[in-house]
Design a binder for this molecule. Structure first.
Ligand SMILES: NC(=O)c1ccc[n+]([C@@H]2O[C@H](COP(=O)([O-])OP(=O)(O)OC[C@H]3O[C@@H](n4cnc5c(N)ncnc54)[C@H](OP(=O)(O)O)[C@@H]3O)[C@@H](O)[C@H]2O)c1
Length: 317
């Protein structure tokens, strides 16, 4: 059995954009991140009790894991939790591609275990899920989650692990005001009733919901996120405007309110922090209580945008 129950802070920190830092970055976010700046982000988060860090091999092809390990240097391993992923699409052709990919992640992360290990997407649930069992048994991974899996795939993964005395303890799906397919598909309810943590990713739609970007000041030119979101920005203005107004009444920003919404829905947002100020916002978001009326109003404004922010790697739930 998994030795301890998975515990997680109210908000986890995402580091996809950190794969952009330095020359080896993949440029998806078009971000300019420095080692010193990310160290400041880590220090602020750690001292605020935000200690769970989500990464993946494919974020800058190892760069995010490497940069995260550098930024966490000096902290005792017991002071933070690492969450990283097996991505089936880049599996090697050795005898055990899952163990191999994990070994490379452990090396980059400078650790001998991962707190929460994810199957990144449901490429072949019956093939990859059993590979996690020996890794759980020998303590290289402490807890297992599935990402981008629908309810049937989640149930299959859980059944496979269950036969060995383990279980799927967490789900990680795209979930934001603009993209609520996991809620409509009953995955949120399933997680609530089965005591599975639901981690919501892209709560801020990669910056498009923060109010920091708009038609006059779009996302960084040439970045992949700009290609996806810049055309939508005019249609998001009523929503981001309302998020900002609700935030202003509480000394918080639009991004903080979008994050508070995800917490109010019973999820653990994974927020892609790139600046120390973002961490201050997360501390505020934890304390914001939205009324049912505010939640309904924000969701109605989100629906009225008519945009579809499903990622190219996702399928409808
Ligand atoms: N499992 C999966 O398939 C999957 C897929 C996507 C993401 N994820 C995980 O989820 C995490 C979050 O997703 P994401 O990073 O793609 O997008 P996100 O969290 O929706 O947005 C991140 C961007 O929002 C801006 N931002 C963050 N905090 C802010 C704040 N408080 N105020 C204003 N702006 C703020 C930053 O943009 P600027 O740098 O421009 O300021 C940042 O790059 C990822 O890092 C990754 O760990 C998982």
């Amino acid at each position: 059995m998994t030795s301890t129950t998975l515990t997680a802070p109210a908000v986890a920190l995402g580091t996809w954009a950190w794969g952009d830092s330095g020359e080896a970055g993949d440029g998806y976010f078009g971000s300019r991140l420095t080692e010193a700046g990310l160290r400041e982000v880590v220090d602020k988060a750690q001292s605020s009790g935000l200690t769970m860090w989500d990464t993946a091999v494919v974020y800058g092809m190892g760069r995010s894991e490497t940069v995260l390990a550098q930024a966490l240097k000096g902290y005792d391993r017991s002071e933070y939790q690492l969450s990283t992923k097996f991505t089936p699409q880049i599996a090697g052709d050795g005898d055990d591609p899952v163990a191999d990919m994990l070994a490379q992640s452990l090396d980059r992360l400078g650790t001998d275990y991962v707190d929460l290990y994810w199957i990144h997407n449901p490429a072949d649930v019956a093939r990859w899920t059993p590979r996690l069992i020996p890794l759980l048994r020998n303590g290289l991974i402490r807890h297992v989650g599935v990402s981008n899996h629908n309810l049937d795939e989640l149930a299959l993964a859980d059944r496979i692990l269950g036969e060995a005395g383990f279980r799927v303890e967490a789900v990680q799906n795209h979930y934001s005001l603009l993209y609520r397919s996991s809620e409509r598909a009953g995955i949120l309810d399933h997680c609530r009733t089965k005591d599975v943590r639901f981690f919501s990713y892209m709560v801020l739609e990669q910056g498009a919901l923060t109010g920091a970007y708009g038609p006059d000041h779009p996302l960084p030119d040439g970045s992949s996120r700009a290609v996806v979101y810049n055309g939508m920005l005019p249609r998001l203005q009523a929503l981001t405007g309302r998020l900002a107004t609700i935030g202003a009444g509480r000394g918080a920003s639009a991004a903080d309110v979008a994050t508070a919404w995800a917490i109010a829905k019973g999820t653990i947002p994974i927020i892609g922090v790139t600046k120390p100020g973002h961490v201050d916002g997360l501390s505020k978001a934890r304390d914001i209580e939205l009324s049912d009326e505010e939640i309904a109003e924000l969701e109605a404004l989100a629906d009225a945008t008519g945009v579809d922010t499903r990622g190219g790697w996702e399928r409808e739930m």
